[in-house]
Ligand binder design. Sequence first.
Ligand code: GDP
Ligand code: ZN
Length: 480
Amino acid sequence: SATEYVRPTIYALSTRPGRAAIGVIRISGPASTNVFKALTGKTIAPKHRASSLRKLVSPKTGVLLDHALTLFFRGPKSYTGEDLLELHVHGGTAVIEGVLKAIENLHTPYQPIRHAEKGEFSKRAFQNGRFDLTELEGINSLIHAETESQRLMSLRSMEGETNALFSRWRTDIVNNVALLTTIIDFGEEHGVEETDEIFQTVRNNVLDLQREVSEYIARLDRSEILLRGIQAVLLGPPNAGKSSLLNVISNSNTAIVSDIAGTTRDIINVPLDISGYKVVIGDAAGIRSLNDADQIEAEGIKRAMAKSATADLVLVIVPVDDLEVDDEFVNHIKQMSKRGKRILVVINKSDLLVNNADLERVLTELQSKLGLPSKDFTAVSCSTGVGVDNLLSTLTQEFKSLTWYEDQDPVSISDRAKDILVKDVLYGFEEFLLFSESNDVVLAGETLRYSIEGIGKITGEAVGIEEILGVVFSSFCIGK
Ligand code: GDP
Ligand code: ZN
């Protein structure tokens, strides 16, 4: 026949919209290579399993859409069994929309491209006989491992585990309210000592619950870091080697330094995978101007300093040939360190040093200037690569301690649910402890309702007086 059926190429954002720092757009099907070529302006097809940092440009308008990490799997050795392209872009809605639109625009009757339906990537994987987990393990991509941990996390949050935990908390609180009710309603049947004892028991239980919920929230925060990507920022004077370091770390041949020169962005954020951790490294380059290099560089450093205040990890870069660190900069570092910010000082251009004694001298000088312990210093040469492996393992240690990833499984709940845990559940506990200090059993008992109702708002269960009385009568046998 004249028209042969062409399998449509499908695309979709595969990360949850709106939250993560990096959005992963997947494209699967025969046109994947063309999509890569059209968006990157390259004429050669991407290599199997190769990842690289590329500028994505709208083929229609020529507008720069984003700097993205591209990852390509040639079918059948891909998740779907077809040619599969992944674009790891910055998570902003506008950027993602722009890239999705540019892909959609590549649709023609001869090259059908459309948005994927729910579960369609998995469906294709299944149809192509790829749904074999042992084979998936062979895909040696850190990015996939990361995606997998996100998948596990969302499964965990959607399903039993979280719900079971919340119901247990709820039951615990209901039981404690019931205990208090026994004091309030049936107090005359107990002696004073017994009443005090019950009240003390409830207080201890609430303290335990408060600790448990707080720990859960801390775990949510660490998981959040894992989910959105660890935010690291490079901080250092002009020519310290920030861009060179970024290049060395990303281990990419892409000319990031020259890419940056032409951009108008304040801070370049480069998404990377380091030892399986999703990391976004911000470099304040690109603010350099030939006209007023000094002033504009200074502005860049100011912005980087501002950004470092919200980063999870700050990499301070000092070149051995210029140890004159400006006072304002030193103060900023000391301030951040005082507030518990993780800071790592990277001494760069170690190749310019003559010997180890020379390095010791540099270390001692910087240590006393910055007031940081020696374990927070590491020396590298971006030119020769000496020390880079060591830096990477130090970074991995930092990532691990920021996320506790290997000690605890990540958890995730909605922002709304987290908000309720803090503003209703924990609030109820705090109020309870306050009122219990003044031995006001009635008011103290009422405050625990905030906690129960809070959990109810999350899980959809409401609490009624019957339920509490039900517990009172069944577990404490007060009923006649
Ligand atoms: P930035 O302004 O902090 O981003 O610094 P760049 O990465 O642009 O580097 C500034 C200059 O220092 C460039 O000429 C680099 O080639 C040079 N440079 C960077 N790292 C090293 C290093 O480890 N050793 C030496 N000798 N030069 C370096
Ligand atoms: Zn730079």
